[in-house]
Write a protein that binds this ligand. Structure first.
Ligand SMILES: [Zn+2]
Length: 404
């Protein structure tokens, strides 16, 4: 079947065909030229012309697969998106910023962690981000590849259309912060996503949920969020505000949350709420502090030895499990990934979350549900933000063909 469409100008037909070829290569990385012609429905000479153009624009490259090198004769060549296209990926968390280059295959290069003291306000956050981006751009060498854009994962809710952080619990001064101004510094395409959504994409493309079409990434750290993938698509909502799992109300008359609601998961299952709860328990029991300073790292060290710490960790796991059970009943995922800093609490927390999910979600869903934990290095936030930035670039041929 020909993709040529009646009534469409020829140059537009060609652009449509080129988009289809690039999209096919991107989603089936790597592919043979013959496969493209057969599947996309174009004649070989048209495919050859488009492939030549994409190679000249440094968008795709030829590759011989390792397993085919051993066979006799000339090995077949495959086409793939070049790993020389690099996105600058940044994760903004409440207590740190991490940055790195990410390629189309999910490789992370030159990761840098920047601590973010709690007293830093919105202006200081923007200044620090400007500095980080400028440093990366100044040090970027053409030998590394081509820097094609940057993707940023931020705590939400996030208005994707306006590029604004709507509200961040515990960082009220960041409310309404417009991050699109950073685009002016880089003059590169810019993309912003809710951090849990970026992590869900990162895991789905390169990590633990690869190959799964229905899965949920739970980002449980200073805040709580969820990246929900259903039927292979990220759930984004009409304005991009989806995934605000942390503000799902699970205690009808519970404590007030800075979002204005009551009984939100974040008020019971985040690191901040865990520390608050633990402080109360220690004061109530009048037992001496089992550590010099009440920080999350000290809690991680004491989780097995201190009765109060153990109880508070289990309570945080209980509330998270209740919330996730609701998600399981709503979306019927095949995999739940528990991610972000709370995973450092280890088996005591993970086992409690798993137990409550199983107790409180529908048996039919639970039987086939796989609950796993992500890596502790949190690179999946960067991989997702970077992959989305690369994809945005690939969809904008006006940018990459500007030198034609
Ligand atoms: Zn809330």
């Amino acid at each position: 079947m020909s993709r040529e469409k009646l009534g469409m100008p020829l140059n537009r037909v060609y652009e449509t065909n080129r988009e289809a070829v690039l999209q096919y290569i991107h989603s089936h990385n790597p592919v043979s030229q013959k496969d493209i012609a057969n599947t996309v429905g174009l004649k070989q000479p048209t495919v050859s012309k488009i492939v030549r153009e994409l190679i000249n624009a440094n968008i795709i490259e030829k590759k011989v697969l390792a397993e085919e090198k051993r066979s006799k004769g000339r090995p077949p060549e495959y086409l793939k998106i070049t790993s020389k296209l690099l996105a600058l990926a940044i994760r903004v968390a409440r207590n740190k910023i991490i940055s790195a280059y990410v390629d189309i295959d999910g490789n992370v290069y030159e990761r840098t962690d920047h601590p973010l003291p709690s007293q830093r306000g919105a202006n200081e956050l923007i200044n620090l981000l400007e500095k980080i981006i400028k440093n990366h751009q100044d040090e970027f060498s053409g030998q590394q590849g081509t820097l094609i854009g940057f993707g940023m994962a931020v705590p939400g809710p996030v208005n994707l259309k306006k590029g604004k952080i709507a509200k961040v619990t515990g960082r009220s001064d960041w409310s309404g912060l417009n991050l699109t101004k950073l685009e002016n510094i880089t003059e590169l395409p810019f993309l912003i996503r809710h951090d849990a959504a970026a992590a869900a994409i990162g895991e789905n493309l390169f990590g633990t949920t690869k190959g799964s079409s229905n899965n949920i990434f739970i980002a449980a750290g200073r805040g709580v969020g969820a990246g929900i993938i259903t039927n292979g698509e990220l759930v984004q909502g009409s304005q991009g505000y989806s995934g605000e799992f942390g503000h799902m109300s699970i205690e009808a008359n519970g404590v007030e949350c800075p979002c204005g609601n009551r009984g939100c998961i974040e008020s019971y299952a985040s690191i901040n709420s865990l520390l608050r709860n633990l402080k109360g328990k220690l004061e109530e029991s009048k037992s001496s502090y089992p550590f010099d300073e009440l920080t999350f790292d000290s809690v991680v060290k004491q989780v097995k030895d201190s009765k109060e710490v153990n109880e508070a960790v289990k309570e945080a796991g209980y509330y998270l499990g209740v919330g996730i059970a609701n998600l399981v009943n709503l979306f019927g995922p095949e995999i739940i990934v528990l991610g972000d800093e709370m995973v450092k609490l280890g088996d005591i927390w993970v086992d409690k979350v798993k137990k409550v999910i199983k107790e409180r979600s529908l048996t039919q869903y639970c039987e086939s549900l796989n609950i796993i934990t992500s890596d502790l290095n949190d690179n999946f936030f960067l991989k997702g933000a970077g992959a989305l930035a690369v994809e945005k670039f690939l969809r904008n041929s006006k940018v990459w063909l500007k030198n034609e």
